[in-house]
Design a binder for this molecule. Structure first.
Ligand SMILES: Cc1ncc(COP(=O)(O)O)c(C=O)c1O
Length: 406
């Protein structure tokens, strides 16, 4: 019997918790604390982290910032995005991918995602291009690298900036090249749910000296390298990361390669275990994905094929001892913020001609109705843990007639 109706659950043991930390984190944070140098401009922790993280992601420059939202905004400003320029973003992502565009006083234009990879569909991107388009911001959703070869071709043909939103994709690899080095710039987040975390934080990676200098200036009150302290060259603010977070990130970074390998192996194994369960479609993994970061293990549940709805399966899966969630309730254009164009002082002059109510992203909408998310730390354990997840889904499928099919 299903655990939801009083039967024994498939699993009673907890999955690995997140974050993972121990004496190494304590030592680093204590070192930073005792140094008394808690600010980025005083100590060496953030500088060390920037160097190590950038090099691991195939870049010469890393600019650590307060979070993975301002990192997007700073990168857009550094790229020279101007008022009312258009920036193409996916509709199936966290708010920031699109809100950072508004906060750069530019217009987010939504292009639909692919129904199998859940990443930007290059054909939809091509169709969304206008004479005002200046940039594309693909998200490596759930940690799966986007179709960067196709997106780069489009960016080259139209002279667009390609900015990776890699908030989900630390240590992911595409065609043997690290994510973070695939566009002109990339943005990562270290917020608490992410695969590398200090509670909050973010970083911009780039190999371009000019873009790096502009990002560094914008993140530090418009100061320039070698400049006078109270001399400010561009409109900006203080978006620097603190040394205690830098210390934590240095210790966490030592764990990243091992954790990334474990997530990738377990994710691939779980996807293979689920192949053949009708109506249950794990995120597709194209051959050009060398390493999936599995920030999320994502499934799409087709109710007709599975014989029960996603909204019935999620509580049943949780009752079997597998923590999961349905993810985003609706696509970004349907958020009140966009429907009502509640943009504060931004885009004031052109708000009348923007209309997010008529944006049509059927694939994104379908995934909002049908997705199941499993968080990355479930994948940090053993193959037996993956067998429990697969076993719970198989059990629910066997008993699907007991669940309401909506
Ligand atoms: C795809 C994506 N982009 C950007 C962000 C923003 O990062 P932060 O929360 O660090 O501002 C997040 C996460 O929260 C995200 O999931």
């Amino acid at each position: 019997m299903l655990a939801l109706f009083g039967g024994p659950p498939v699993r009673t043991r907890p999955f690995p918790a997140w974050p993972v930390f121990g004496p190494a984190e304590e030592a680093r944070v204590l070192q930073a604390l005792r140094s008394g140098q808690w600010g980025r401009l005083d100590g060496s922790q953030v500088e060390e982290f920037e160097r190590r993280f950038a090099s691991m992601h195939g870049c010469r420059h890393g600019i650590a910032v307060a979070n993975g939202t301002v990192s997007l905004r700073i990168a857009l400003l550094a790229a020279g995005i101007a008022a009312e320029d258009e920036v193409i973003v996916p509709p199936y992502t966290f708010l920031s991918t699109a809100s950072a565009v508004v906060e750069a006083n530019a217009v987010p234009v939504f292009a639909d995602i692919d129904l199998e990879t859940f990443n930007l569909d290059p054909r939809a991107v091509e169709a969304a291009i206008t004479p005002r388009t200046r940039a594309i911001v693909p998200v490596h959703f759930a940690g799966l690298p986007a179709d960067m070869a196709a997106l780069q071709r489009i960016a080259d043909a139209h002279h667009l900036t390609l900015l990776e939103d890699a908030a989900h994709a630390h240590a992911a690899i595409y065609r043997d090249r690290p994510v973070g080095s695939l566009g002109q710039m990339a943005s990562f987040s270290f917020q608490s749910s992410k695969n590398l975390t200090a509670g909050e934080g973010g970083i911009i990676t780039t190999d371009d000296d000019g873009l790096a200098a502009r990002c560094r200036s914008i993140h530090n009150c418009g100061r320039v390298e070698g400049g006078v302290w109270y001399e400010h060259h561009v409109i900006s603010g203080n978006y620097r990361l603190g040394e205690l977070q830098g210390a934590l990130l240095n210790a966490q970074l030592d764990r990243l390669a091992g954790q990334a390998a474990t997530r990738d192996a377990n994710g691939a194994y779980l996807a293979s275990r689920l192949r053949g369960l009708p109506g249950l479609l794990p995120q597709a993994r194209p051959a050009d994905c060398t390493r999936h970061a599995y920030h999320l293990f994502m499934l799409r549940l087709d109710p007709a094929g599975f014989g029960a709805s996603r909204d019935a399966v999620v509580p049943a899966l949780e009752a079997e001892g597998i923590p999961c969630s349905p993810g985003y309730g609706y696509s970004l254009p349907a958020q009140p913020l966009f429907r009502n164009k509640a943009f504060g002082p931004y885009l004031a002059g052109i708000r009348d001609r923007l209309d997010y109510r008529s944006v049509d992203c059927p694939n994104s909408d379908a995934i909002c109705r049908q997705s199941i998310w499993l968080e990355h730390h479930l994948l940090l354990g053993t193959r037996a843990d993956m067998d429990d997840i697969a076993g719970a889904l198989e059990k629910i499928h066997r008993h699907r007639d007991r669940l309401e099919a909506r």
